[in-house]
Structures are given as structure tokens and as C-alpha cells.
Design a protein around this ligand. Structure first.
Ligand code: CMC
Length: 441
């Protein structure tokens, strides 16, 4: 489903070296304004410079709306708060990928397709045994996902004439198998036998069962834990043109298959400034606890470091107010810990850290509020998920967003190979000196 921005009929005039260029003014469905600079270089010879793409709209998208000043996040128009309260993750995944909420019939079909594709090719199991003991699960996850393209090559091509059905099967396969791959990588890391997916369990319960049951001890699937996981995955499901989604779109723009594009997204997500921050938050809280330092002292050292140290789980490129996802996760921390009878000293520490930071001018003046990664790890810990797996959980949640964005890009007739320009600042032309030229063959 592709909708386009509206040309307002206005223009912005850019005068450069005596020439004036009229830039069309576009507007999106929520009123955001954009200047179309497609003809800038041709008309003026100049390119733009925008480190980190702070001002660059790389595409038009009808999937997620985000207002960072007001703390608004909506998927396909639905507020994320409403979806988190009233839907399940697989329904939200369907919404993101297909553009509408599934009706009862579509829900049944989607569920049965997810079951049908939940097993991994048996040969892929052997891959897990070849990784070193301390291999990070995000590396395994991305390698496994790109490997899917070798097991299902017939459906992995990203050609313009690829039948829609083939793309949909690849998307369903990914949705279902990523969960199995994630659980298998955890089982491998603790040396336990793999637990296969079960058709009688729904998506989140199935995942928890694959993670925590064993031949000697079945896992007691608590509905409150299933619900908490559903909410966490929904809150991570899409976030418009973030770093990993942009990676998926950029890699996909070379017309590579869906599996390879998503594998690139997984690698980008792993970074500590992006999804990897959820693991860093727990590392940080554990360090503070182990060192016996006061939270105030820790915050002071972050400030004194002038950007070298960070308060992980704080700050966001787009939100200049409290991240709406963090608000929901913070609320559910207390209830999940209560249900599971867990008393986690890191939660008290996190509350204290937030309170101190929110009273400190350094954080207030820079609009640095807790983001989605600040409290999510506390819930994952309570469920029993180790911190090395936190970013894998983020990837599970973000997958429908990556798929939806990849599909949307592919269906957009304006989707071009993404190839930015640069401003070259290296040496001007020079030539090899005789001492650079070796006489050896
Ligand atoms: N702790 C301390 N100072 C910070 C932090 C932080 N977490 N985040 C930003 N700052 C400071 C930064 O040093 C800079 O200070 P100054 O103006 O004195 O140079 C100022 O705030 C502006 O920061 P920026 O780096 O220009 O902002 P950005 O938009 O490029 O960075 C960010 C956004 C998320 C990379 C950054 O806030 C950060 O590194 N946060 C910690 C990592 C983190 O929690 N990442 C998860 C983001 S949410 C999940 C996701 O979607 O990825």
C-alpha cells in the first residue's frame, strides 16, 4: 500500500551563486513539511551535507508515525498504547506488514501459516554447534537469517517480477523461524538440547516454551509473562527510519533478498547506540551495584566525561520528551516482578538513576529522557532471559517492522539504489615517487 505526500503548490527559493532554484514543498498526512531537493545538484552543482541524517527524509512511508516532541507513536494510525493494551504481537505484525488489522478469518490463517513455517531445516541445526562457546547470539542470529536464503533460494530473490506470494511466504517464514532460531541459540549457549516449536501454543508462549522447557522439566507458562512479552514485542515492532530499518532499506535497495536485508538490520541493531543499549543498561546498573558507588557519583562521572561515557537507556535522536514505549514498560516492570515474585535491586537502582537524571540540568537541558531500552532489561531478567539475549528479543520485536518497510520500499516505483554523495576531503592528485615502486614481481 503506497500513499504519496501532497505537493502543497508552495515553493522554497534557494539562491546560490546567483542562481535561484525553486524547491517544491511537500507535506505528509500528519502535516510534516519537506523540501524536495531532488534537482539540487543538477541545478546548482551542490550536494547537501547532513551527518547522521538529522534533516534527511530518505523515503515516504505509510507505516509508522512518530512525533518526538509530543511523544506520539502510531502504527498504521493506531496509537501504540492501544495496541499494547488490546492486541497480541502477531496481530500487530500482521497490521504492520499488511496495512490493516486482521479479522477473525485472517487471524486464523496467519496463525496457521506461522505454525506451518516454525520449524527450521534440520541441516541448519548443525550450524549452531560450530560457533565458539562465547559467541554473541546477535552474530549467530544474523548469520542464521542470511543462511535462510541458501535453504530457500527459490523464494529469496528480490526481482521486480517476483510474485507477491513468494515474498509473503518468505516474510512468514522469517517471522516464524526467527523465534525458533533465537530460542535455539539460547539453548546452545547453555548446552541444553533444543526444544522444538509446538503447534498448540501461540507465538509468545511457544517462544517461552522453546527457551525454558527441557526434557526433564516442563516450563510453566504463566499468562502474565506471555502478556508482558506480547507488550514488549509490540512496543519494539516498528520505529520508522531508525538505524537498523534504514540498513534494511539501504541493503534492500541493491535488490538483494529479504533474508539478506534483514540480516543487515540485525547487525545494525546490535550496536550499543541502538538496540544493543538494552544489554548495556544492565551492564551499567550491575557495575554501579558491584562498585558500591552512589548513583549520584555515577551520573557526575558521565557528565564529566563530556560524551565519552553515556547513561545507557537515555536519550533518543527523535524523542525530545519521555519515550512513550518506556512509559508503558516502566509501568509493567512492577506488576511483572510482583507476579514472578522477583525482587530485583537493579529496578530500585534504575528508578533512582532516572530520578537523579531528571532533576539534573545536564539531562533536562539536552532532553535526555529514558528510552525503550532503559526498563525493558529488568522485565527480561525477571522472565529469566539472560542479558546477552536482550538485543535478540529486540530483533524479534522489530522484525515485522523491517519486513513491512522492505516490502513498502519494494512496492514504491520511486525506490532507487541508495547511494549518498560525499564531500571529498582527501589529498588532491599526486603521483608515486620512485621509492614507492617495487622491483619485485
Ligand atoms: N548520556 C549522556 N549524554 C548523552 C546521552 C546519554 N545517553 N545521549 C546524548 N547525550 C549528550 C551528548 O553527549 C550531547 O552532548 P553535547 O551537546 O554536550 O555534545 C547531547 O546529549 C546530544 O547528543 P547527540 O549524541 O548529539 O544525540 P544523538 O541524537 O546523536 O544521539 C543516541 C541519540 C540515542 C545515540 C544517544 O542519546 C545515546 O547514545 N544514548 C545512549 C544509547 C542508547 O540508549 N541508545 C538507545 C536508543 S533507543 C533504542 C533505539 O531505537 O535505538
Amino acid at each position: 500500500m503506497n500513499t504519496h505526500s501532497t505537493d502543497t503548490g508552495e515553493t522554497a527559493e534557494l539562491t546560490f551563486r546567483g542562481k535561484t532554484l525553486s524547491l517544491p514543498v511537500l507535506t505528509g498526512s500528519e502535516g510534516e513539511v519537506a523540501l524536495d531537493i531532488a534537482n539540487l545538484r543538477k541545478a546548482t552543482g551542490a550536494v547537501t551535507r547532513d551527518y547522521g541524517y538529522l534533516n534527511t527524509g530518505s523515503c515516504e512511508s505509510a507505516i509508522t508515525f512518530l512525533d518526538g516532541e509530543k511523544g506520539i507513536l502510531r502504527y498504521r494510525g493506531y496509537p501504540v498504547e492501544e495496541l499494547a493494551e488490546k492486541s497480541r504481537f502477531v496481530e500487530v505484525a500482521y497490521l504492520l506488514i499488511n496495512g490493516h488489522m486482521p479479522d477473525a478469518n485472517e487471524r486464523r490463517q496467519w496463525s496457521s501459516l506461522l505454525n506451518q513455517h516454525s520449524m527450521m531445516h534440520e541441516d541448519m541445526r548443525h550450524f549452531f554447534y560450530r560457533y565458539p562457546e562465547r559467541a554473541h547470539p546477535m552474530a549467530i542470529l544474523s548469520a542464521m537469517v542470511v543462511s535462510l536464503s541458501t535453504f530457500y533460494p527459490e523464494l529469496s530473490q528480490h526481482r521486480p517480477d517476483e510474485p507477491e506470494e513468494a515474498i509473503n511466504i518468505a516474510a512468514t517464514r522469517l517471522m516464524s523461524k526467527l523465534r525458533t532460531i533465537a530460542a535455539f541459540s539460547y539453548k546452545k549457549s547453555i548446552g541444553e538440547p533444543f526444544v522444538y516449536p509446538r503447534h498448540d501454543l501461540k507465538y509468545c508462549a511457544n517462544f517461552l516454551n522453546m527457551m525454558f522447557s527441557s526434557p526433564v522439566c516442563p516450563y510453566d507458562i504463566k499468562p502474565e509473562v506471555v502478556q508482558a512479552l506480547n507488550v514488549l514485542l509490540i512496543l519494539h515492532a516498528d520505529h520508522e527510519q531508525n538505524c537498523s530499518t534504514s540498513a534494511v532499506r539501504l541493503v534492500g535497495s541493491a535488490r538483494v533478498n529479504l533474508y539478506a536485508s534483514v540480516a543487515a538490520g540485525i547487525c545494525a541493531l546490535w550496536g550499543p547506540l541502538h538496540g544493543g543499549a538494552n544489554q548495556m543498561v544492565i551492564d551499567m546498573l550491575e557495575d554501579i551495584l558491584a562498585s558500591g558507588r552512589s548513583v549520584k557519583d555515577y551520573v557526575e562521572s558521565v557528565k564529566a566525561s563530556k560524551g565519552k561515557e553515556l547513561l545507557y537507556g537515555f536519550g533518543h535522536r527523535v524523542y525530545k520528551t519521555y519515550d512513550p514505549r518506556a512509559k508503558i514498560i516502566k509501568r509493567s516492570c512492577d506488576s511483572v516482578l510482583k507476579v514472578l515474585n522477583v525482587n530485583d535491586p537493579l529496578l530500585d537502582l534504575a528508578f533512582e538513576l532516572e530520578e537523579i537524571a531528571m532533576r539534573d540540568d545536564y539531562f533536562v537541558s539536552r532532553n535526555l529522557y529514558p528510552n525503550v531500552d532503559f526498563y525493558s532489561g529488568i522485565i527480561y531478567r525477571a522472565i529469566g532471559i539472560p542479558k546477552e539475549m536482550f538485543t535478540v528479543m529486540f530483533a524479534l520485536g522489530r522484525l515485522p517492522g523491517w519486513i513491512a518497510q522492505w516490502k513498502e520500499a519494494r512496492e514504491d516505483p520511486r525506490f532507487k539504489l541508495q547511494r549518498p554523495r560525499q564531500i571529498y576531503t582527501g589529498p588532491r592528485i599526486r603521483h608515486l615517487e620512485p621509492e614507492h615502486i617495487s622491483s619485485e614481481a
